[in-house]
Structure formats: structure tokens, C-alpha cells
Design a protein around this ligand. Structure first.
Ligand code: NAD
Ligand code: TYD
Length: 355
């Protein structure tokens, strides 16, 4: 079996669903169920014996040792993290605990487990760490996209904590020989994306008649990848990646934020027009910028394409249409995640920003 951490979050749950749609190999899924973890994402697996869910923390060494001893996975995929930049600005502590200390504890538990494996089980074992392009910092307009050799220059508490976890993973390979793989992916979007992040927030706010909050001038650039393409890239790296290597994953889809928001508005105008016949664009509101806001991310995904033959299946146009349609088709999911904790967050992040 494989052991997934953070498998009730956005990318992790998409990964578990995709994995079990394509394979009968069971999944052990450890997730703390923070505000971002949502078992409704995995409702399609209820009663499926191939999915074994455990609520717990990647920082819990005793739990990790017991799970590894009892389930004997052939691979670990570490998705668990605090993942939202704005939250890391308001409260970095959880990011340090989960992304750094948690990854360290996980590595220690896996090292002990891997050390006592023998023969083929030991040779074939893999630890795949899921990371982000944000560890590379910010690009100027004409800089080349991030290659795997780009220096680490994280600018937010989130990206700094992810960078630290990448360094620990690297060190466990070089020092202890742990068979690790690291992936650094650009911004994802798609089903089950928590509506604190740009794309789902815009869809949900537009439909609710609320402002569409654009930070600064809206000209910051992100490089968007449909989440199922990220999942297929991770499967490919797990299957064929070279030990100790890192792979950048991206969709060759650089877009300024304002263009993303306008695209979402145009799709909603066509698929679910406003009652008054006006465009959702009327709801766009410019707010004061995010402190330390990275100007541009762009991924050079050439290495994974050359060495492992992976390419994204979706263009931005097909992926964003599917995504908007998914949110329109799943109002109960949206309602379910808009809990008290979510409302408190909206108050914390947006109430103090000048228009
Ligand atoms: P998410 O916030 O939606 O989900 C994170 C999951 O981890 C949640 O289910 C949460 O409950 C769980 N979790 C948090 N702390 C935990 C802990 N201490 N122990 C166990 N579980 C814990 O995040 P996501 O967007 O799905 O991101 C998954 C991974 O991919 C993260 O490592 C993130 O850094 C990385 N990543 C995300 C993106 C993106 O665009 N979302 C892009 C590149 C890389
Ligand atoms: P986000 O989805 O938080 O991802 P990240 O910060 O990890 O790239 O934000 C994507 C971009 O959208 C980023 O440049 C910040 C911007 N943004 C807004 O303009 N308004 C918002 O309300 C949010 C959440 C993000």
C-alpha cells in the first residue's frame, strides 16, 4: 500500500481519488483535519476497503511508528502542510510546526522504518515530498522560469517553511541515504479547492453577490496547473523519478491575477448569468496589497517532460471551465466548508484592507 499524508486537503484528496480510480493498491491516509481538511472530499470512497483513513498529526512520532509498523507501506507521499500564504502572514506558528517540525518527525519515523526493511522492500521504498515553486522566490517580468537549479529565496513564512522542509528531505537523502523524491509545483486549481485561495474564492464570492477582492494592482503572475495534472505528475515521479532528484511541475500557464478573475467572471456570465443581466466584473474590488507579495512565479517543466515524459493534459481554458462548472454543480460542498472558522478568517484577512 501507499501512505498519503494530508489526503483530506485539496490536492491530497484529488490524489487519493485519482489513485483509487486507476489502481487497486490501497491507500493509508493520515490527516489532522485542520480547517483545510475535509472528509466530504472523500465521500465517494465511503465503504471502500482500499481507503484507510486515520485522523492524526504528522508530528506525532508514536502514531507514525505504529502506522508504519502495522501497514508497512511501500511509499510515503507527504502532502500534509499549512498551505495558505495569507494565513502564514497572520500566524506563522502553525506553519513552522507542521511544515518544518512535522516533516522532520515524519522523516525520522520513516528513516527508522526504512532502516529495518530488507531486500527489494528496502530498494523499492520511496519518500515523495510534495512542495511548491514558492520556495524559489519571485521573478522579474523577463526572468527565465524557475528551473530545479534556481536558488532558494523564499519570501513568506509559508514558502520559508516549505523551503526548510525541502532542505530536510534533501539532507535525509544525502546523510542517511533515504530514498527521497521532491516535487515543486506551481499554483493548482480544480475541484475541492478551499475558497480561501484565489480561484475558488472568486467563484464563490461572485455567486454570493460579494466583492471580488484583488490585491494591489492585480498584475502579479502565477503559473496555473489543473490539479489532476499535478496528480498524474506525482504518480509519474513516484514510478520513475531518480532518487534524490527534484522535479518542477507546471502547466506553462502564466497569467496575471486580474486576467484569472476576469476569466472566472466571463465563464459565470455565460453559465450562470446574474439576475440583473450585468457582468460579475462589476463586483471586482481592488484592495491593499499582500505584504511581501511575490510578483511572478513561472515553472520551467522541461526536466520532467524530457526525463519522465510527463506533460499536462489540460490547457488553462479547459481546466478553468471544468473548475467553474464543478463549483456550480456542488453548492452543498461549498456550503459545508463555509463554517464558523471560515467566516472568522474572512473577517481577519479582508476587514482591515483599504479599498
Ligand atoms: P490544503 O491546505 O488544502 O490541505 C492540507 C491538508 O493537510 C489538510 O487536509 C490538512 O488537514 C492537512 N494537515 C495540515 N496539518 C497537518 C498535520 N500536522 N498533520 C497531518 N495533516 C495535516 O493544501 P493543498 O493545497 O492540498 O496542498 C497540499 C500540498 O501541496 C502542500 O504541501 C502544499 O505546500 C503543496 N502545494 C500546493 C499548491 C497549491 O496550489 N495548492 C501548489 C504547490 C504545492
Ligand atoms: P493564492 O490563491 O492565495 O495562492 P498563492 O499566494 O500561494 O500564489 O493567491 C494567488 C494570487 O492571487 C496571489 O498573487 C494573491 C492573489 N489574491 C488576491 O488578489 N486576492 C485574494 O483574495 C487572494 C486569496 C489572492
Amino acid at each position: 500500500m501507499i501512505f498519503v499524508t494530508g489526503g483530506a486537503g485539496f490536492i491530497g484528496s484529488n490524489f487519493v481519488l485519482d489513485w483509487l480510480a486507476q489502481s487497486d493498491e490501497p491507500v493509508l491516509n493520515l490527516d489532522k483535519l485542520t480547517y483545510a481538511g475535509n472528509l466530504h472530499n472523500l465521500a465517494g470512497l465511503s465503504g471502500d476497503a482500499r481507503h484507510h483513513f486515520v485522523q492524526g498529526d504528522i508530528g506525532d512520532s508514536d502514531l507514525l511508528a505504529a502506522l508504519l509498523r502495522d501497514h508497512r507501506p511501500r511509499a510515503i507521499l507527504n502532502f500534509a502542510a499549512e498551505s495558505h500564504v495569507d494565513r502564514s502572514i497572520h500566524g506563522p506558528e502553525d506553519f513552522i510546526q507542521t511544515n518544518i517540525v512535522g516533516t522532520f518527525r515524519l522523516l525520522e519515523a520513516v528513516r527508522a522504518y526504512w532502516n529495518q526493511l530488507e531486500g527489494k522492500a528496502k530498494t523499492d521504498f520511496r519518500f515523495l515530498h510534495v512542495s511548491t515553486d514558492e520556495v524559489y522566490g519571485s521573478l522579474a517580468k523577463d526572468d527565465p522560469a524557475f528551473a530545479e537549479t534556481h536558488r532558494y529565496e523564499p519570501n513568506s513564512p509559508y514558502s520559508a517553511s516549505k523551503a526548510a522542509s525541502d532542505h530536510l528531505v534533501r539532507a535525509y537523502h544525502h546523510t542517511y541515504g533515504l530514498p527521497v523524491l521532491t516535487t515543486n509545483c506551481s499554483n493548482n486549481y480544480g475541484p475541492y479547492h478551499f475558497p480561501e485561495k484565489l480561484i475558488p474564492l472568486m467563484i464563490v464570492n461572485a455567486l454570493a453577490g460579494k466583492p471580488l477582492p484583488v490585491y494591489g494592482d492585480g498584475q502579479q503572475i502565477r503559473d496555473w496547473l489543473y490539479v489532476q495534472d499535478h496528480c498524474s505528475a506525482i504518480r509519474r515521479v513516484l514510478e520513475a523519478g531518480q532518487l534524490g532528484e527534484t522535479y518542477n511541475i507546471g502547466g506553462w500557464n502564466e497569467k496575471p491575477n486580474i486576467e484569472i478573475v476576469q476569466t472566472v467572471c466571463a465563464l459565470l456570465d455565460a453559465l450562470r448569468p446574474r439576475a440583473d443581466g450585468n457582468s460579475y466584473r462589476e463586483q471586482i474590488t481592488y484592495l491593499s496589497d499582500r505584504p511581501g507579495h511575490d510578483r511572478r512565479y513561472a515553472i520551467d517543466a522541461g526536466k520532467i517532460e524530457r526525463e519522465l515524459g510527463w506533460k499536462p493534459a489540460e490547457t488553462f481554458e479547459t481546466g478553468i471551465r471544468k473548475t467553474v462548472q464543478w463549483y456550480l454543480n456542488n453548492p452543498a460542498w461549498v456550503e459545508g466548508v463555509q463554517s464558523g472558522a471560515y467566516r472568522d478568517w474572512v473577517q481577519t484577512n479582508y476587514a482591515g484592507r483599504a479599498q
